[in-house]
Write a protein that binds this ligand. Sequence first.
Ligand code: DAH
Length: 337
Amino acid sequence: MINELKEKLEKINNLADFNQLKVIYLGKKGLINQQMANMKNLSSEEKKEFGAKVNEQKKACEALFSAKEKEIHKDMVDKLVKDETIDVTMPGYKFNNGTIHPLNQTIIDLENLFIGLGYSIAEGPEIETDEYCFEKLNLPKGHPARDMQDTFYINPELLLRSQTSPVQVRTMLAKEGKPIQIICPGKTYRRDADDATHSHQFMQCEGLVLGKKITLADLKGALLVMARKILGPDMKIRLRPSYFPFTEPSVEVDVSCHKCGGKGCSMCKNTGWIEVLGAGMVNHHVLEMCGYDPNEIQGFAFGIGIERITMLKYGIEDIRNFYSNDLRFLKQFKEAK
Ligand code: DAH
């Protein structure tokens, strides 16, 4: 019996088979106990002898099982340790890194530039009041220039801001007559039908500088630095007279066409110039409505379309590319700087 058990145990290499075999030998109804049951027919002399023999067998079985159990456990631990070793020479997983969205890159570039020039970044809410978005910017209710911006109204007093200019108002009211030097990038909304150059949601970056003796020449200088930093060091700019209710005088600003270098092409409609932003000297009415004395402090403001200059910078022809989340488009801007 013991030799037979030895042979069987030798063939076993896992815990399940081991337990099964253990039940067959040492279980309640196992071989050892069955022999004990046979004892009842024997005389007391024979019982003694037989009992001692069976006990011996039992101990031998138990010893074999316990030795085998230790062996199985050791094998299991050895296997675990072997399986868990880390091969440091294996190549790592390749995680796909995202890229900075070209619009965000333009905002980062603008922020870096203007922070370097001593400006700070201001923010305002996208749900704005009619008062801040229009009235305090010299656009009272019924003013014809309101038609320039077809606006999403939530109710007669609340709207989705159609421009970042209300941040000017908020900053002036908060600064109470003190000098200001801010830019404000942010989302804006207009009831435009989406096409290659229009989007119902887009972005602008507002600029506002107020102080003593700030002139149109300061505005021109700031805009030239901006054009060269964002679009290229050879950029020229041109100011044309225009109209905005919140500035007087107002200008529209063109940059030299980077595609033809100013010679004239389809991109600049043969003019050599491309319009990029609106600007001007802050209207005295606006200054007064926002708590500033125009005789003491004056300054300039500008508003630039983030999509527009990003399209110019990279030669993107359809504004919808920015919002369609097409990876083939976005991956091209890996090296965008
Ligand atoms: N808010 C104007 C627009 O959306 C752009 C603009 C023009 C902003 C002149 C200004 C400014 O701050 O001075 O069309």
